[in-house]
Each structure stands twice: as C-alpha cells, then as structure tokens.
Design a protein around this ligand. Sequence first.
Ligand SMILES: [Zn+2]
Length: 152
Amino acid sequence: MITPADEILLRRAIAVAAHAVAVGDAPYGSLLADSDGTVLVEAHNTVRRDNDIAAHPELKLARWAARELDPDTASRTTMYTSCQPCTMCAGGLVRSGIGRVVYALATEQLVELNPQSGDWPAVAHDGPALFDEASEPVLAYYRPAAGSGADG
Ligand SMILES: [Zn+2]
C-alpha cells in the first residue's frame, strides 16, 4: 500500500528522473530513504554518460546499500523509483537487503510510453554441463578440507 508519505518521496524520485533528462541522461530516477523518510542517497540513470549498461539508478542504490549499510539498517530502507525496476536491478535489489521498493510507472506503462523500453531480446542459455569440473572450485570454496581453518 502506498501512503501519502510514500507519494511525497515518490514525487522526489520523479523529480530526480526529470533532472536526469535536464542534464541529458535517460529519464529514470531513484532514491533510498530510511524508516523515518530521510533520504539517504539519490541516483539517476547514467547508462549513456558512463557507457555502462549497469548504470541504472536502482542498481546503483542497491550496491550502495549493500556496501554502506548493515543488513538491519538496509532492511528498514525503502527505495522510491520513477519506474519499476528492470530484471537486472530486481536481482541486485534481492541481494542488497533493501526492505521495500515503491515505484511510479509499471514496466507495462513504461513500454506503452516508449515501446523501445521493452525491446530486449532473449539470450540463449545452454546448460547445465561439466558438473564434476565445475563443482571443484565451488566445493573448494564452500567445503574446504577439514582442519584448514577456513570458516566457509
Ligand atoms: Zn534496471
């Protein structure tokens, strides 16, 4: 459920998206707020500026939260973002520990406004394969030999 307090912060994320356009970047903005609604950090899309496909604001903030916040603090933050996080950012959000996401435009709404936003071709995946060989480094890391002193 989106509250009036959420809408205030969501409008600020939309303003960050508008700022992105004003400085020549793609129209996406996000911010991260603590449980009191204090804005901790903001970001906008800099994919073109940085020539970095991962420079989505949601992923920048997810990485920031994972790096700068302890897990308990991260779990009490909310990300406000002008558009629903894409699948790349959704994966980062899961690992970030951020507790909640509030977005303005759903992906379907974004694609209606700009059909190119949904024009991502599927990538062929082949596998699994080479189980024994591929298992070796995984087991070496997670199940070190007894007595090695590693804590796994
Ligand atoms: Zn994204």
